[in-house]
Design a protein around this ligand. Structure first.
Ligand code: ADP
Ligand code: MG
Length: 254
């Protein structure tokens, strides 16, 4: 049986009179890719930022790797990696220098090229962040989450706004990170992405978790109710056409 690494119980968050998170409970298991799915405004970022110690909760309990958020948030900070909002990088520094800077902040010895290799950005070592494509920016910011060798990383909509190839490259990266033993919590509003990537998902809507299971089991449950998708008339879709014309899924973005 998988070990629980994050346990959230009856978590609520109010912004003034508005309750953005309405008493959610869930566990994340060590080594899984856990998806937090839901429409914009559902309360995904609020919930994650509370677990990441970046936002105050209103009530409920959060335990991360056995550490109680209320008692030792600093202990939690040490074992997690959080993807920063992209605008926060010093514009004058190149990627190598940025990684060295972050290493210093975390008090970690870093090997910038190894880290850049992991996210397929070695050839951009001397480039500035603003010179990267959208997918490269996302990959770089994921690299920065790994600097302190975290047990858990949090990715909040890492693929929003990316083109299909960049999205697939990011899926590969997330899969690689998990293969090295890191637990991944990811939010997305793309269901195809969650189906490919996530071991389990929680579907959150208006601050409540309305379903939680593996994508496969959730689909089976729906099918068991008699649901049938309108018959597919074609064996491919426009995204298949696009990927087929512009190169294979694994092509590195330039
Ligand atoms: P999601 O990440 O699922 O899109 P959020 O957690 O960002 O959702 O937001 C959930 C709800 O809380 C939304 O209705 C949003 O407008 C509201 N909200 C988020 N942050 C704040 C804030 N700092 N002050 C007031 N309301 C907020
Ligand atoms: Mg959000």
């Amino acid at each position: 049986m998988a070990q629980t690494i994050i346990s959230v119980k009856n978590l609520t968050k109010k912004y003034g009179d508005f309750e953005a998170v309405k008493g959610i409970s869930f566990d994340v298991y060590e080594g899984e890719i856990f998806g937090f799915l839901g429409p914009i405004g559902a309360g995904k970022s609020t919930s994650l930022e509370i677990i990441e110690t970046l936002r105050e909760k209103t009530s409920g309990t959060v335990t991360v790797d056995g550490v109680d958020l209320d008692k030792s948030p600093d202990e939690i900070k040490k074992i997690i990696g959080v993807q920063l909002q992209t605008s926060g990088y010093y514009p004058g520094l190149n990627l190598t220098e940025l990684i060295e800077l972050f290493g210093g902040l975390y008090n970690q010895t870093v090997k910038p090229l190894e880290l850049l290799d992991m996210v397929n950005l070695r050839d951009k070592a001397k480039a500035k962040y603003k010179e990267l494509s959208g997918g490269q920016k996302q990959r770089f910011s994921i690299a920065t989450t790994l600097i302190n060798h975290p047990k858990i990383i949090f990715l909040d909509e890492p693929t929003t706004g990316l083109d299909p190839q960049a999205r697939r490259n990011l899926w590969d990266l997330v899969t690689d990170i998990r293969a090295k033993g890191t637990t991944v919590i990811i939010t997305t509003h793309y269901m195809d992405e969650a189906e490919v990537l996530c071991d389990r998902v929680a579907i959150i809507d208006s601050g409540k978790i309305i379903a939680m299971d593996s994508p496969d089991k959730l689909i089976d449950k729906l099918v068991a109710t008699g649901f049938e998708r309108p018959k597919e008339v074609k064996k491919a879709n426009l995204e298949d056409v696009f990927i087929n014309l512009t190169g294979h899924a694994l092509r590195a973005e330039s």
